[in-house]
Design a protein around this ligand. Structure first.
Ligand SMILES: [Zn+2]
Length: 331
């Protein structure tokens, strides 16, 4: 059976925000200046694209995912929809050009929609230039800004927008989405869900990140090495790894999952072990460790991970964890 191509922007979670948008539209009160905030990779810009598609879709139920408008949104060719999602900061010239476009009636759709992602990266000049548009948008214009923290934007920008605070997704929603929408194998979906911490976008990026699985193996091997190492070698390792914040974060989460798995192996439960493919390597550690040791490592790794957001010196933070690892010279 042939399946119909689906040109629909799929949002996972954030149902309350979609409900709110729909209600506003039904009563003819579409918010013209929106600010979507929340942690990176939780779906802010996806929600913005969804709303742009919804507003301009020409069939029911909206967004239909097959009308010409929906197709153009998906291919990035809709003349009334502008998306700025580059890594570079938005500049004043780009805002001025956008303003010229927004002053004209929509070409094909009902609304001209501009999605300005990560607006905290915009230059001050660009932010100031946008203020006027936010204050008096033309009647068929919808501006959608995204940012991690409203505090990183000019207060005058925030006060002119309707702000929606998006939260990380529930693990269950991420697990289901990875398996049904991205056809991820159950074991890998479970691992990525644990690592994603509510950020579906992170998990999806990891799926296509060729290096991710290599890094996962490297940090497992590193944990085995660390268990064999003396104090001085562990301190050297801490000094190296703590220079790269992203790698440090990833290592701490992966190690946390390893020690949780060890706890499960020691208590005889294997159903929830995430690193199923590593059981052979984990068993020798499980045989040597005590439950109390494994529990302590889980707590210490959790704390070290949380400390990363608390201005604790990354190197000292990591040293504390590594010096508390048990030492097994013969694994
Ligand atoms: Zn449509």
């Amino acid at each position: 059976m042939e399946t119909t191509p689906d040109f629909k922007v799929h949002v996972v979670g954030h149902n309350w925000a979609i409900d709110l948008f729909r209600q506003q539209e039904q009563v003819g009160r579409v918010a013209q200046s929106l600010l979507l905030t929340g942690p990176p990779n939780i779906g802010k810009s996806t929600l913005g694209r969804f709303w742009a598609q919804y507003l301009n879709c020409t069939a029911e139920p909206r967004p239909c995912g097959y009308c010409l408008s929906c197709r153009k949104v998906m291919s990035g060719n809709h003349p009334d929809i502008r998306v700025f999602d580059e890594d570079e900061a938005l500049k004043i010239d780009q805002i001025r050009e956008l303003q010229r476009e927004l002053s004209l009636s929509p070409v094909e759709g009902r609304y001209r929609v501009a999605l300005l992602c990560n607006f905290e990266r915009a230059t001050t000049g660009a932010a100031n230039a946008l203020l006027k548009t936010l204050e008096e948008p033309a009647s068929q214009v919808v501006l959608i800004l995204t940012a991690v923290e409203p505090g990183s934007l000019l207060p005058t920008i925030v006060s002119r927008c309707q702000m929606l605070k998006l939260r990380p997704l529930a693990n269950e929603a991420i697990l289901t989405a990875l398996q049904t929408q991205w056809q991820t194998e159950p074991a890998q979906a479970e691992l990525l869900t644990q690592l994603a911490a509510g950020r579906l976008g992170w998990a999806v990026n990891a799926l296509t990140d060729q290096d991710f699985l290599a890094r996962r193996s490297r940090f497992l091997e590193d944990m085995l090495d660390l268990l064999r190492m003396h104090r001085a070698e562990r301190l050297d390792y801490a000094s190296d790894l703590s220079r790269d914040t992203a790698a440090l974060k990833e290592a701490l989460v992966l190690w946390l999952i390893i020690w949780r798995d060890l706890l499960l192996l020691m208590s005889g439960g294997q159903t929830k072990v995430i690193n199923l493919d590593w059981q052979d390597k984990l068993q020798p550690i499980a045989r040597r460790s005590t439950l109390a040791q494994a529990k302590e490592m889980v707590v210490r790794l959790q704390k070290a991970y949380q400390n990363l957001d608390r201005n604790v010196n990354p190197r000292l933070n990591l040293e504390v964890v590594l010096l508390h690892l048990p030492r097994y010279a013969d694994i």
